[in-house]
Design a protein around this ligand. Structure first.
Ligand code: ZN
Length: 284
């Protein structure tokens, strides 16, 4: 699933391709990925010009003239691809945008069809999911991060994955951040000391910045819109490395489950806290 660095990379790529372009026509091949009936979706976007492209958490926001906002969440396998009009359309392409001027298309492709594209207008200025989104992981200050964590009794890992608490992080960057800050994923958020939170904040920011520079992490089929493959996977120290040896202490990296998610830790660097919170379970 694309996380903040991948979505940021996609947004930067889309900016290069799309700003100033007009959508001359829209073809919807599967309505399932739309939050709207396809006719209304087409009518809203045809003839609209792209002004700005941004990101909120893992949502991609494309702003048009006419007070329109196209909001996309790629979920597991969603991709935006820029291709020449004459290129064959494969069965996983669900929405096709013809761009003007030029002869390129923007295609929304999604093998598992969990991603969503929705249009917001002046009348429907927001959607509940976007409204409830927590502060962005790249924007929150260390102090605010500490204050917010102090108010939560939950285990740190599921909390960092909760997009209403903090937006942008997913499994890869949470595991990497906790490992580098030497915090066990089951540590209660309100039990973290200020210096531990500072370390966590510093590593989280650093990892996200590095991953954006590397154009994201490619673990399955993530691609930037220009077909770019991310390069951050070679910097991963625990994620996907179960059984390999920790670079710091030499212990074998362990894979377990925390809050239902595959979790990578070093048992030497991240000892289990004395009083883990009850709701999350750990098992091998
Ligand atoms: Zn270690």
């Amino acid at each position: 699933m694309p996380e903040l660095p991948e979505v940021e990379t996609i947004v930067r790529g889309l900016r290069r391709i799309l700003i100033g372009k007009k959508i001359s026509s829209v073809r919807v091949r599967s309505e399932k990925v739309l939050g709207w009936p396809s006719r209304r979706f087409r009518k809203a976007l045809e003839g609209a010009s792209i002004r700005e492209i941004g990101r909120k958490g893992k949502f991609i926001l494309i702003a048009f003239d006419r007070d329109l906002l196209l909001v996309t969440h790629l979920r597991m396998t969603g991709q935006f691809l820029r291709v020449p009009r004459e290129q064959a359309v494969d069965k996983h392409t669900h929405v096709i945008f013809d761009l003007e001027p030029g002869s390129l298309q923007l295609r929304y492709r999604d093998v598992r069809k969990f991603g969503r594209l929705g249009v917001l207008t002046g009348e429907e200025p927001t959607i509940p999911l976007l409204k409830g989104l927590g502060p962005d992981a790249l924007e929150i200050s260390a102090e605010a991060f500490f204050r917010n964590l102090q108010q939560k009794k939950r285990a740190i890992k599921p909390l960092l994955l909760d997009q209403t608490f903090l937006s942008g992080l997913g499994n890869i960057y949470v595991d990497e951040s906790l490992y580098r800050a030497r915090i066990h994923p089951l540590t209660r958020a309100d039990a973290l000391r200020r210096d531990q939170v500072r370390e966590l904040h510093r590593h989280m920011r650093r990892i996200l910045d590095q991953a954006i520079k590397a154009k994201g992490t490619t673990v399955s089929d993530y691609r930037g819109p220009e077909g770019i493959v991310g390069g951050f996977q070679r910097y991963l120290r625990v994620y996907g490395r179960a059984g390999e040896f920790c670079r710091i202490c030499g212990s074998p990296i362990r894979k377990s489950r925390v809050g239902g998610r595959g979790t990578h830790t070093c048992p030497g660097c991240q000892p289990l806290p004395p009083h883990p919170p009850p709701p999350a379970k750990i098992s091998s």
